[in-house]
Design a binder for this molecule. Structure first.
Ligand code: ADP
Length: 644
């Protein structure tokens, strides 16, 4: 039995101290976190024992015990679940959840500086560092664990800063049963009112009922012999004939209960349990299907986006149960990636407990369930949009960009998704518009849905591409999510195509401007700027600016080009068309100078003007010139000429 002292990773250490000293007020939730972990461990054991008949494990009385000891000032939480190997202890407990740790620290620090009550609490759960919440109420934590099937055990101990010790246990130190026992040496309250007395049976009863009532395994309160007598006196009605441990939770699977018998609080607590989150569910969707294939579903739309929503390896899907037995978290066959923010549970009656992920992907029953889940979620979103605008806005701000991925991936629901989506537009200075509202405002002369796509509303609004649309009173959607560039080509709503204001020849019902007298200019510019533009033409698109750049209908936009490059893909550089405003003074003077010059290519004033015309068109649409230093030099030269 040799103890080894190990250092917390620097990040873990910093996080711990931030968390312990955070402004966080709800200390009670540490118990929910530890019970949640115990419950997961029991789920795992039950499934493993079922799938591996040779596993040396006893799954006959799976339960969680709470053992308070007022005299010793400790609280012990024990489960007879799957347990952990030594390596797992070091890996899982010695390190905080690996993904996003840096981000968590930044957010916690920000929350601390802003002294935001509760913000750090939300973060703790969001990032999956549940176990460490024990240090909010304990100044020393001892964990003893024995993995099912192994005959050695491991002890882990720490005071929550700097170091922890790990000891291999052998011989009679090894617990008789697999599972994990965590002993908390409770902090003194020292006037902190949120730090309740967790060695008090009364407090434990209240906290368990509040947060963990639905846990599917019994949570038993086990008192030391001397205290059991006292407690009976304190709580006479229940106490008198009480013999042996008391079960604190009702153990009812929430999804199996009729919806009107479950309170909003119960749903909210359950949501936080399964999603490891701290916020409230924005919407709760509960339903059951009966008939040839039975299942119950309980889904939640969160209020706050999970921190990992845009990580590449985020898994979609609710947890899958078969007849109340936990099978897996995140059953990907049950929801598409664009609904990855939806949390929940599906309990199917007719699947085998031995199902694997591979089988699930092709199971026709699951395909049916998935269709139904998607439909219910989208109906809920549409209903929010119609009846609860404020709630919908919260939803859209958090999840709109993700939901719109469905416009690309889910052809079957495209129409529904378009109807449920919100868009900023040139007509909505604050707030958003729906497509139906947009279409209802379209003047008769307008036959397409116009949009501008880019990184920010401000940039889009000042882009020259919008000029003629504004002049004509045509509304333009302002799309600022990356995914917008991907779904808009080819999309239709109410029989109207989506048309980019920055692409193709603008068909605004105007006559093409008369090119007479401009040919020498357009031809010369096309040659001079040959490496940058694919052609030069006159346009009625502009009312004030001199020039703008437009792509062909199927060209990549500059933003998409940059996006592909950033992701390491090689894409050819797209040359767009330079469009000139024949009414613009600068364009007219240039026309005259070029017509008058014998060889305009030899006149540096003109070649510089061509570069500036092109460069300012790029800048005006919010783009970046390829060589800023070179562009600055050209500008300075031209300015010098105009001043002298
Ligand atoms: P989270 O539960 O969010 O993953 P925790 O820090 O609470 O984060 O736990 C980290 C991991 O440690 C868990 O995912 C689990 O694998 C393991 N673990 C924690 N508690 C137990 C337990 N009682 N029994 C078995 N494994 C546990």
């Amino acid at each position: 039995m040799t103890a080894e002292t190990l250092q917390f990773q620097a990040e873990t250490d910093q996080l711990l101290s931030l968390m312990i000293h955070s402004v966080y007020s709800e200390k009670d939730v540490f118990l929910r976190e530890l019970i949640s972990n115990a419950s997961d461990a029991l789920d795992k054991l039950r499934l493993e024992a079922y799938q591996d008949k040779d596993l040396d494990a006893d799954a006959s009385d799976l339960h969680i015990e709470l053992r308070p000891d007022a005299e010793a000032r400790t609280l012990t939480i024990a489960d007879n679940g799957i347990g952990m190997s030594r390596a797992e202890v070091v890996d899982l407990i010695g390190t905080l959840a690996k993904s996003g740790t840096g981000e968590l620290r930044r957010k916690l620090e920000a929350a601390k500086q802003a002294k935001e009550q509760g913000a750090s609490a939300e973060l703790i759960g969001q990032f999956g560092i549940g176990f460490y919440s024990a240090f909010m109420v304990a100044d020393r934590v001892t964990l003893v664990t024995r993995k099912a099937g192994e005959d050695t055990a491991t002890r882990w101990e720490s005071e929550g800063h700097g170091t922890y010790t790990v000891t291999d246990l052998t011989g009679e130190d090894v617990p008789a049963q697999h599972g994990t026992t965590i002993t908390l040496h409770l902090r003194a309250a020292d006037g902190d009112e949120s730090l309740h007395d967790y060695a008090s049976p009364h407090v434990l009863r209240t906290v368990v009922r509040r947060y963990s009532d639905f846990i599917a395994f019994p949570i038993r309160l086990v008192l030391p012999a001397s205290e059991a007598a006292d407690d009976a006196g304190e709580d006479e009605a229940a106490g008198a004939e009480k013999a042996g441990p008391e079960t604190l939770n009702s153990m009812q699977a929430l999804w199996a209960r009729p919806k009107d018998e479950v309170s909003a609080e119960e749903y909210a607590d359950f949501y936080r349990h399964i999603s490891h989150a701290f916020d409230e569910p924005l919407e709760t969707i509960a339903f059951r299907a009966e008939g040839t294939f039975e299942y119950q579903a309980l889904l939640f739309i969160p209020t706050m986006p999970p921190f990992d929503m845009f990580y590449r390896n985020t898994k979609p899907g609710p947890a899958l149960y078969v007849k109340r037995v936990f099978i897996m978290d995140h059953c990907e066959a049950l929801l598409p990636p664009y609904l990855r923010f939806v949390a929940g549970v599906v309990d199917a009656q007719d699947l085998s407990l031995n199902v694997s992920r591979e089988i699930l992907q092709n199971d026709r029953h699951l395909v049916m369930i998935r269709k139904r889940l998607v439909k219910r979620v989208l109906q809920t979103v549409s209903a929010m949009r119609e009846n609860e605008r404020e709630k919908y806005d919260t939803f859209w701000t958090a999840f709109g960009a993700v939901l719109k991925e469905g416009l690309l991936d889910d052809q079957d629901n495209r129409e529904t998704l378009l109807k449920a989506s919100a868009f900023e537009s040139t007509f909505s200075e604050t707030g958003t518009t729906s497509l139906a509202e947009y279409v209802s405002r379209m003047p008769e002369a307008q036959d397409a849905i116009y949009y501008a796509a880019g990184d920010s509303r401000t940039r889009l609004e000042s882009s020259p591409h919008l000029e003629a649309f504004a002049a004509k009173g045509f509304e333009v959607l302002l799309l600022t999510d990356q995914v917008d560039e991907l779904w808009t080509p080819g999309a239709e709503f109410d029989g109207k195509r989506f048309v980019s204001v920055a692409k193709g020849e603008a068909d605004l019902g105007d006559e093409t401007p008369d090119a007479e007298g401009f040919e020498p200019l357009t031809e010369w510019l096309a040659t001079t700027l040959d490496d940058k533009v694919s052609g030069v033409r006159l346009t009625s698109r502009l009312t004030t600016s001199a020039a703008c750049l437009v792509g062909g209908e199927f060209d990549l936009t500059p933003q998409l080009e940059a996006m592909y490059r950033a992701s390491g893909q090689e894409v050819p550089r797209t040359r767009r068309t330079l469009e000139l405003n024949p009414e613009n003074d600068l364009v007219q003077s240039l026309r005259d100078r070029v017509a008058a010059a014998e060889t305009p290519a030899d006149d540096e004033t003109l070649t510089d003007a061509a570069e500036i015309l092109y460069g300012t068109a790029v800048l005006a649409e919010g783009g970046a010139v390829a060589d800023p230093a070179e562009f600055a030099a050209v500008l300075a030269r031209q300015l010098g000429r105009s001043l002298s």
